[in-house]
Design a protein around this ligand. Structure first.
Ligand code: SF4
Length: 237
């Protein structure tokens, strides 16, 4: 089967542990106000069969040491769960594992469950801590996300959480406290990283002729972010 791939990033150490090769799929069910990759929203890009992608990925096997491997990202990679499962079956023969970098905003079908089950780990975006914010700032369905995150926890999958902190939206101790209350329902993550909202993707909205809802927002202040991360880490330890 085939999938549309936006881009690749070799040895992207930040997209999972070890040395990694990230595959960014196109297509996303969300419309996050903070998105810096609106060019991934619609399915278009380089078309690959699972076999073609496998043959490309296996060339990097010598670099996949110390827990490295492939990271499927996007957009939303799990819109292509069947394709990922096919590619992963090829990779498994060569002992190459993969991480899923996902918003968790996809229905929990058997195909999606298989993609989670066979992953080495899941990097899960916790966009917003309640249904109202999730709908308002990501245009997503919170229950769909909760079912996904519940499954990741119930299956004891290794997981990292990530949240983008945006000035004026979720950049307070009380907002971080809401995230803490939410994640208390799941197994503790190996890591929970707060990421700074930035403006580097703003030009893409202009190029695509899409309204940028945060065009007047400043980037997230790094010192405030570090303080929020300390607050979160203090709570999680
Ligand atoms: S899930 Fe990612 S790609 Fe999709 S809208 Fe949100 S930030 Fe953008």
């Amino acid at each position: 089967m085939k999938a549309d791939i936006h881009s690749f990033e070799s040895l992207a150490a930040l997209d999972g542990e070890g040395l990694r090769y990230a595959v960014f799929f196109t297509g996303c069910p969300l419309r996050c106000v903070c998105c810096h990759n609106p060019d991934t929203w619609h399915r278009s890009g380089m078309e690959y069969t699972s076999d073609e992608l496998y043959r490309k990925l296996k060339r990097y096997k010598p670099y996949f040491k110390n827990g490295g491997g492939v990271t499927f990202s996007g957009g939303e990679p799990l819109l292509n769960a069947e394709f990922i499962n096919e590619t992963a079956a090829f990779l498994q023969r060569d002992g190459i594992g993969y991480a899923l970098d996902t918003s968790g905003s996809v229905p929990l079908t058997d195909t999606v469950k298989s993609a989670i089950d066979n992953a080495d780990m899941v990097i899960l975006d916790i966009k917003y801590p309640d249904a109202e914010m999730y709908g308002k700032y990501a245009r997503g369905d919170f229950d769909t996300f909760l079912k996904f995150a519940d499954y990741v926890s119930d299956t004891n999958k290794r997981v990292w959480y990530r949240t983008v902190i945006i000035p004026g939206i979720n950049d307070s101790d009380s907002a971080v406290g809401e995230y803490m209350r939410l994640i208390a329902r799941w197994n503790p993550p190996e890591k929970y990283e707060l990421l700074a909202f930035h403006t580097m993707g703003f030009y893409k909205y202009e190029n695509l002729g899409i309204e940028n809802p945060l065009k007047n927002n400043p980037p997230m202040d790094k010192d405030t972010l570090a303080q929020l991360q300390s607050y979160l880490d203090g709570k999680t330890r």
